[in-house]
Design a protein around this ligand. Sequence first.
Ligand code: ADP
Ligand code: MG
Length: 273
Amino acid sequence: MTAAAIRVEGIEKSFKALHVLRGVDFEVAPGSIFALLGSNGAGKTTIVKILSTLLKADAGSAAVEGFDVATEPLKVRQSISLTGQFAAVDEVLSGKENLVLVAKLRHLKNPGEIADELLAQFSLTEAGSRKVASYSGGMRRRLDIAMSLIGNPQVIFLDEPTTGLDPEARLEVWQIVKNLAKQGTTVLLTTQYLDEAEQLADRIAILHEGRIIANGTLAELKQLLPPAKIEYVEKQPSLEDIFLALVGSGNTAAGTNAAGTAAAGNESVKDRS
Ligand SMILES: Nc1ncnc2c1ncn2[C@@H]1O[C@H](COP(=O)(O)OP(=O)(O)O)[C@@H](O)[C@H]1O
Ligand SMILES: [Mg+2]
């Protein structure tokens, strides 16, 4: 049995009277992709901040690569990288200069070589010498993820990695995430997009009202819904159906977040009742 790359037990967090996390538990296996799925404001970023030692939990414990986030924050930071919801690249610098800067900050030898390799890996070689100010949203996000990979962290946190990206750029980021996991990196990503979790994740946990209300593989989550009546069985329930059934389809946040596809999900849930 391998130890979990990330272990979260009974984590609670309040902001004044707002009890955002009410006892969150989950584990992430090494080298897997784990999606934390939840509506806007569910507490996804709060969990990521606690796991990356930027925020202290009020109760419970969490460990990354076996290091406790509260008592061994430096060890945790050496094991992880965090890519936030908004790209953290320097616009005035070129793509290559951004990468070289991070490599130098991490005291690595051959920063130029590392930068060139990452530019190639992320299809940014041609754009590498251009100022980031001229990059598209997808290129910025790719550069942002490339920067977070410098130093080969074992665990990478991606907080809503594709929010605001066009469909093509989303697919590129998805491919990058899949490749990371193939190389053995553990990926915890947060998303409010059900299709993203469905496409990428080995396991999906749904965060709702401060707790993980479902956690499993897509196949396991599908079994949470009663089988469709025979006259309606034309397709398997999508993650969308499962999410809406668990969270309640009256939840406007979920409806808005999932945009067009939510309508289809609602329909199929209604079919079942
Ligand atoms: N520093 C803070 N101070 C007060 N409230 C906060 C703070 N950070 C987050 N919140 C609130 O906690 C809730 C969860 O936020 P967040 O973790 O960012 O959700 P998500 O990432 O799932 O959208 C939201 O209601 C948010 O407004
Ligand atoms: Mg967030």
